[in-house]
Ligand binder design. Structure first.
Ligand code: NAP
Ligand code: F7E
Length: 388
């Protein structure tokens, strides 16, 4: 271990009394007692996920744990806990034989990434961390590029250095995006469709995508990019349009709100289920040869149609509640995305399992449960906002 390079601290879990001085993980510490064998008797594999607290990171962590991986997650420090999506799979740092470990680091901090890679010695690295909101990327273009573009480059460098020094091969996944197609040159969009990004986020993802391809070609690294079209779930962030709609519709149904403010209803997206898409990420890294794959359903739907499906499922009329607010328009919009996932089907054997109606049902059911809890608390006179 080079001097001055401290291993990241595993994070203390909020419910562990006195856990504010956590043990230090040691890269030299024998880990054999924690290594279980897979059913196929191969050595247990280790994965690092950046962005583990996000929608995709949480599904991917569950998926890899079910496959008996040792999973390590990078989380950034914040003044409040931000692990809601993974609390159900978290294992206390004091537990022996745990399979999930979280580490403080930041995708913008090259040193913390290099230290983490050396300490964890991963077989697979999934780079999901980014400022991922397209509208917000117009307000924070530099931070978006620091995370989505430079963050990917810093992580690739950390992996390259590690491979060079340790002589170990690492498989690397980059979370590329259909936003790279932007003002689309053809429909549907495939791996061969040229990029024309329409936002700082899209531009940053194009940089990260080509950097990943370049590391594959220059250094013979096992790097793959998943060009994922929009994918949603009950864990989707509340300000992305699908979740904003399902959450608001359920609250409207129970009389907890009356209006829903939206922007451009004419945009069309190819929406799938996040749980299906993380399997595709994993499949890419199981291939002998690294490559890039479009992951999509092959069906496109407008925001207006999604809105109608959600409101109809609750016997609500959008015209009574939806108000167009131009603040949600984007300086440049992506009008239509429709993916062609043929290569993923042919090479990975991947197809989505959940269709749009299934996705709507899943999200509405989950948000209805949340709305009911809120209703119950309100009726009982509880305050719902935090604070002392
Ligand atoms: P998400 O829910 O917004 O999660 C983003 C993750 O990145 C969070 O864990 C976030 O941490 C983390 N992050 C942000 N800035 C960071 C930093 N400076 N250092 C370390 N971590 C940081 O996004 P998602 O929907 O899961 O998407 C995962 C990845 O796929 C993203 O790169 C996204 O751009 C890309 N993508 C998403 C879609 C989609 O439709 N969902 C489609 C194509 C590509 P906090 O929890 O602390 O904020
Ligand atoms: O917008 C329109 C908006 O923010 C979808 C990210 O995961 O997928 C996501 O990016 C559409 C846009 O997702 C509102 O103008 C209307 O046309 O849900 P979104 P996105 O921009 O497609 C890609 C693949 C990613 O990679 C990204 O990380 O919906 N829209 N009214 C609205 N959008 C929002 N957010 N809020 C509205 O009120």
């Amino acid at each position: 271990m080079p001097s001055g390079c401290f291993l990241p601290l595993p994070i203390p879990f909020r419910e562990t009394p006195g856990a504010d001085t956590p043990d230090r993980l040691s890269g030299d510490q024998p880990r054999t007692h924690e290594h279980r064998m897979n059913t196929d008797q191969t050595k247990q594999r280790t994965a690092l996920i950046t962005g583990i607290t996000g929608q995709d990171g949480s599904y991917l962590a569950e998926f890899l744990l079910a496959k008996d991986y040792q999973v390590h997650g990078l989380i950034r420090r914040s003044s409040t806990f931000n692990t809601r999506r993974i609390d159900h799979i978290y294992e206390d740092i004091h537990e022996r034989g745990r399979h999930l470990t979280l580490h403080y680091a930041d995708i913008t901090d090259a040193n913390s990434l290099a230290c983490l890679i050396r300490a964890i010695e991963p077989d697979e690295v999934y780079n999901l961390a980014a400022q991922s909101h397209v509208r917000v990327s117009f307000d924070m273009p530099i931070f978006t590029a620091e995370t989505a573009a430079m963050g990917a480059l810093k992580l690739l460098e950390a992996v390259r250095e590690y491979e060079k020094n340790q002589g170990k091969r690492v498989r690397y996944y980059q979370a590329s995006s259909s936003e790279m197609y932007g003002k689309v040159r053809e429909t549907p969009q495939s791996e061969e469709t040229p990029f024309h990004p329409r936002s700082p986020y899209g531009c940053a993802k194009v940089f990260a995508h080509w950097a990943t391809v370049n590391y594959r070609e220059s250094y013979d690294m096992h790097c793959s990019c998943g060009i994922l079209f929009n994918h949603e779930s009950p864990r989707r962030g509340e300000t992305f349009v699908t979740r904003k709609i399902t959450r608001a519709a359920c609250r409207i149904k129970l009389g907890l709100q009356d209006k829903l403010y939206l922007g451009n209803l004419d945009a069309q997206r190819d929406w799938g289920f996040a749980g299906d898409y993380v399997e595709a990420m994993w499949l890419m890294l199981q291939q002998e040869q690294p490559d890039d794959y479009v992951i999509a359903t092959g069906q496109s739907t407008s925001v207006r149609d999604f809105l109608q499906r959600v409101f109809s499922s609750l016997d609500l009329d959008p015209d009574q509640h939806v108000v167009i607010d131009p603040r949600y328009y984007r300086p440049a919009e992506v009008d239509l995305l429709l993916g062609d996932p043929s290569r993923a089907k042919e090479h990975l054997g991947w197809t989505p399992k959940v269709d749009l109606d299934g996705l709507v049902r899943m999200m509405v059911d989950s948000d209805m449960e949340l709305a009911r809890r809120e209703e119950t608390l309100r009726k009982a006179g509880h305050a719902l906002r935090g604070g002392a």
